[in-house]
Design a protein around this ligand. Structure first.
Ligand code: FAD
Ligand code: NAP
Length: 310
């Protein structure tokens, strides 16, 4: 039986593994369905992780984190978790996608969030053929071409800046005339000659042919329509909370969630179920920053250690 099962290998999960094993827990496994590192690995640049003064890609920032956590004994399994439940003896059951069940004394869930779909006509049809949610991954395919970006948050604006370095022009389409992104990023956007702001506007349809996207139809709040001839559109309209593994066979969550599906925790990352912790972007009131996810991970790792030792 595991002392601790960590579900999710982003900044929060990797930090929890480091603290729990360094603090003495022996049987600690981190279940991560992909490569460890989490969503920041899709970011083209990060410049606000304390102590790191150079601007680097999310991939570079996360490169050493798994190695450090594993040095103290954390094990990594590349497996997707289907469900977490707790039996009548207080033992957690980690059901993996293939059907295997792993027992654990304590569990920390750090499954983070994933990019939300906008629901625009043509988005699903052309997804992966001109519609993308990752500029770092796909931006290079549009070198010297015109592209559009949809959204007005930090992700949309930062990725629009990244794309402006590669593409000939970037249309930044946002449904309001004020941005949710931080003021410093908005300033950079406004100064960038390659970025055209298309504000108070929505995308009516993404259009294309067999070879992929070749345009987006946009209309503003006055009903004026535009046909933007772009070969790609990058959609950054927020994130969905990855809480599906908490849902039990009866359809109810194992622990308390808020109305948005975020896990309700206290300052020690305890959920409403003893021995089950949640942290990072998944929890209520998350600041959604790498440094905060790492801080949460340390707190939950220490709490899991105390819980198992007790
Ligand atoms: P995540 O990083 O989301 O990690 C969750 C992990 O869980 C993933 O690796 C996922 O594969 C795994 N997982 C999910 N479900 C399962 C399952 N069922 N079984 C197994 N594994 C599972 N923050 C900053 O501080 N500075 C920035 O500049 C910045 N830029 C960003 C740019 C972009 C494009 C994005 C998307 C985010 C950015 N953020 C930034 C936010 C930051 O990435 C997140 O706040 C942080 O990664 C959250 O960490 P986490 O560990 O909670 O979750
Ligand atoms: P976000 O802050 O939720 O912004 C989503 C944007 O998409 C908003 O501007 C929203 O418009 C727009 N939108 C939502 N649904 C839409 C739809 N269906 N059609 C068109 N537009 C739609 O999401 P995010 O930018 O992905 O950021 C997520 C979190 O990560 C945030 O907390 C953010 O601060 C953080 N983050 C931080 C950094 C950084 O620190 N450098 C970088 C990236 C992300 P409205 O504004 O009108 O609601």
């Amino acid at each position: 039986m595991l002392d601790l099962a960590i579900i999710g290998g982003g900044p929060a999960g990797l930090t929890a593994g480091l603290y729990a094993t360094r603090g003495g827990l022996k049987e600690v496994v981190m279940f991560e369905k992909g490569m460890p590192g989490g969503q920041i690995t899709s970011s083209s640049e990060i410049e606000n992780y304390p102590g790191i003064t150079e601007v680097m890609t999310g991939m570079d920032l996360m490169e050493k984190w798994p190695e450090q956590a594993m040095r103290f004994g954390m094990n990594h399994r590349m497996d997707e978790v289907d469900r977490v439940s707790k039996d009548e003896n207080g033992i957690f059951k980690i059901l993996l996608l293939g059907g295997e069940v792993v027992d654990a004394r304590s569990v920390i869930v750090y499954t983070g969030s994933t990019p939300r779909r906008s629901g625009v006509k043509g988005e699903s049809l052309f997804f992966g053929r001109g519609v993308s949610t990752c500029a770092t991954c796909d931006g290079f395919f549009y070198k010297n071409q015109e592209v559009a970006v949809l959204g007005g948050g930090d992700t949309a604006l930062e990725e629009a800046l990244y794309l402006a370095n590669i593409c000939s022009k970037v249309y930044l389409i946002h449904r309001r005339d004020e941005f949710r992104a931080s003021p410093i990023t908005v300033e950079k956007i406004k100064k960038n000659q390659k970025i055209e702001l298309v504000l108070n506007s929505v995308v009516d349809e993404i259009v294309g042919d067999d070879s992929g996207v070749n345009g987006v139809y946009v209309s503003d709040k006055h009903g004026n329509k535009r046909d933007l001839r772009v070969s790609g559109i990058f959609i950054f309209v927020g994130m969905n909370v990855n809480n599906a593994i908490l849902v039990q066979e009866d359809g109810k969550p194992i622990c308390d969630l808020n109305e948005n599906g975020n896990v309700i925790v206290n300052l020690k990352m305890h959920t409403s179920v003893k021995g089950l912790f949640a942290a990072g972007d998944l929890r209520i009131d998350a600041s959604k920053q790498v440094v905060c996810a790492a801080g949460d991970g340390a707190t939950a790792g220490i709490q899991a250690l105390e819980y198992v030792n007790d």
